[in-house]
Design a protein around this ligand. Sequence first.
Ligand SMILES: [Zn+2]
Length: 115
Amino acid sequence: MNTVKNTLRSISSDLLVARRQELTDSLPLLDQVLRGSLITRYVKCGKSNCRCASGQGHPSLYLSSLHEGKTRLIYVPTSWEPWVQQRLDNFHRTQDILVELTEINLELLQRRVQD
Ligand SMILES: [Zn+2]
C-alpha cells in the first residue's frame, strides 16, 4: 500500500489528526460485531417424495466462523440474515478503520507528533 503511505506523507499533521478523529467517530458499535462469513449449504430434508431428493437440496444459510482453531457453522434463519450481515460488515469496517488509524499513527510517529 505504498500509494496510501505516499499520500499520507503529503498531508499536514493537522489534517491527519482531523482524519483520525473522523475515523474514530465513524467506528461501528463495538458490541455489534461478528467475525466470519455467511455461506449457503444445500441440505436434503430426507423426505423421499420431496423435490430435493433428486436435486441439490434446500438452501440453508450458515455463519461460518473460526472457533478455537476449528470452523464452526451456526444455522442462520433467513429473518436473521440482516442482523448477522450488519455485524459482519461492522467487523470489516472496524478492521479497515484500525488499519487506517495505524497508518496515520505511524506517519505521526515518524514526524514525532504526539497527541
Ligand atoms: Zn426436501
